[in-house]
Every structure is written in structure tokens, then in C-alpha cells.
Design a protein around this ligand. Sequence first.
Ligand code: NDP
Ligand code: MG
Length: 383
Amino acid sequence: MISTISILGSTGSIGTQALDVISKLNIKVIALTAHSNIKLLEQQIRKFNPQLAVVFDEKKAKQLCDNIKDTNTKVLSGMEGLIEAATQEDCDLVLNALVGMVGLKPTLSAIKAKKDVALANKETLVAGGSLVMDAVKRNCVKLYPVDSEHSAIFQCLQGAPDNKSLKKIILTASGGPFFGKTKKELRNVTKAQALNHPNWSMGAKITIDSATMMNKGLEIIEAYWLFNVPVENIDVVIHRESIIHSLIMYNDNSVIAQLGVPDMRIPIQYAITYPNRFKSPVKELDLADVGMMTFAKPDEKTFRCLSACKKALKIGKTAPAIVNGANEAANQLFRDDKITFLQIGELVEKSVENVKIVEPKTLDDVLKADLLAREFVINSINM
Ligand code: NDP
Ligand code: MG
């Protein structure tokens, strides 16, 4: 059991829930980080007393430094600060709850510093999968999934004799707010509608990713890297109630599932306390209350991001980094009211057909693919 933790992205949806979990366990917080929300970060510093706090935005970091002069917490900023937070000597586990590609360097730095990592920041495993998994192997560290589907699979695999007996992974998807809608009906959907997820309360970027089903596409790629299963053996099933968090099928066609109420504090806690299980603040599951569970096939023709991610995984190399980068840019443009909902899928799909794909040998290759994909999106909408 770990006794110390650093949380990158502590002011976000995952970060705040992680602190809620930690406040009930005997774990010391070493470092906390935010992009710019210094008000919440200050509250967290006063409650958890970390030795280091990082604010990515330099100006806000200076402001925080002034505001917490009466504490012992040191304040840093920028990527250097994030890397410091990810590599603190006396830290047992780094929880990466950053959103987007900004998390890649800190993850790699943590692994190289021989830290175990609990990973919520799925974008960086999608984009830099081979680099991250190679680093994990080379440095003999553990990478624990935080994403609810991957935590479910990880939990189902406990006690499996080996990976060879695993036939299939079945990822469940809620279908988001637009399940069952036709392309025509999606033409004029608004940001507010897309941000209204039926089951989960999450950060804005992943909520839009759930509406486009990009999130499930990213999760297929994430599962590929975490569990070493080819894309043909990773299925997606729509399960509107979000009670089954994912399933695995063994060679004998026996299927194992992990269930619970939809609350991220279960997978967050399991990643932190693995292999132990402790009392949780999460509500007990009452199946009779749930009543009925439904399942359906995803509509890949309408939700283009899902097929684009599968295609990218089949191509391999920097193709996953390209779909991820294109999506990060398109997702932000949609949130800024610059493009329509359907344009997100179109741009992601086109990115993998148009941006140059190479073998990613270094971090720079991945970062360049990400940049080219973002540029492709910006240039496409300015044409
Ligand atoms: P949020 O947007 O709620 O939080 C993101 C965190 O990262 C905040 O602390 C934010 O700081 C910080 N941050 C954002 N941008 C930057 C940046 N450029 N540099 C430094 N720090 C930054 O995201 P979520 O918590 O929803 O998601 C985090 C990750 O977990 C994502 O990869 C997501 O896909 C994944 N995930 C989330 C789930 C959920 O339920 N939320 C479920 C499964 C996976 P500030 O507050 O100052 O902006
Ligand atoms: Mg998920």
C-alpha cells in the first residue's frame, strides 16, 4: 500500500474526486497541480499541506505564491513545474489527471524516475502508447488504469492465469446524450446539449468526447496498450445505464463483468490502493433498483470518431497521435463555437487520411504528429 501521492490536475473532475478518496485513507499528499484555478488549489493546499504546488500559468503561479506565503508549500509553474511534481523523491504514486497531450512529458518523467503511475490522462497513452509502455517495461514500474472501463477490465483480469486465455475485451459505452440520433438530427445540436451527459459528471473535454463517441475510440486504443489485445478483439457495446463498466471474455466463452454505480471514486480508489480494497464513499449498487439493463450496437456510420480511431489503431505508428491531436483541436473549436458538432467527426476522420504518418521513435515524433494534426484542423476550417 502506498503512503504518499502526487496528483497532477488536482483541481479537475478526477483530481477533486481523488482528493475526496485520499482524505479517507492514510496517504500523504506530496504535490498538487492546476492550470489556473488558484482559488481551488489554495483550498486544497490548506487542507492537504503538500510540499509542492504547481500552477501551469506563470502569472497565476506568482499570485498563488503571494496568497500562500504563510504555508510551507513551494510554488512552481509551467512544464518544468509539472515534471518536478511528477518526480518528487518521496512520492510513491503519481496520479496523472491532466487533460490532453500536456500530460505526456510528466507521465514519461514519472516513469523514468521509477514512479508507479495511476493514469486517467488517456490522451497521452493513445498518442504515445509505444513510448509509454516501453518506458514502463524498462523501468519496471506499474501503470494502473483509472478510466472506469479499463479499471473494470483490470479488475476482471485479477486471478487470470495469463493473457493467453483472454479472448476478447468488451468496452461498455453509455452512448452519451445523442444515442440513437441520426446525422440529420445532429446537424444543429448545441454545445449545451453536448455537455449534458446522462450518467457521468466530468470535465468539459471528455464530456464532448462522450457525445461524439471519440471517448470510446480513445478507449479502444487505450485498451490496446494496457492489455495488449488486437483491435479485432476489442468490442464496444452501448449500455445506457452505465452499471456494467466493461467485460472480458475468456477462451471458453465465459464472460466476467465489473459492476457498480457510475462513480469514478471506485476506479480512482482501486488504482490508489491496489491490490487492497477499502471502504468507499460510493453508494452501494442495488440491482433491483436498477431494474433493467439494456445493450445495443454502436452506430459507427453516424459517430465517425469511433471508426476513425479503429482505423488509426490498425494503421498504427503515429496515426493514433494524429486522431487524438485532431480531436483535441476540434473539440476545443466546438466548445469555442467555431465549428459544428458533426465537423468534429469529419475533421478527425480526414486527419488520418491527410496528415503524414511516421514510425514514432522519439517523443519529438509524437509531439510533431500531434502538432501537424492540430494544424491540419485549423487550416481545414480556415479554407
Ligand atoms: P478536467 O478538465 O476536469 O480537469 C483537468 C485538470 O488538468 C485540471 O486540474 C486543470 O487545471 C488541469 N489542466 C488542464 N489543462 C492544463 C494544462 N494545459 N496544463 C496544466 N494543467 C492543465 O478534466 P477531467 O478530470 O474530466 O479529466 C482528466 C483526464 O481524465 C482526461 O484525460 C479524461 O479523459 C480522463 N477521464 C476523466 C473522467 C471523468 O470522470 N472526469 C473519466 C475517465 C477518464 P484547472 O482546473 O486550473 O483548469
Ligand atoms: Mg471511460
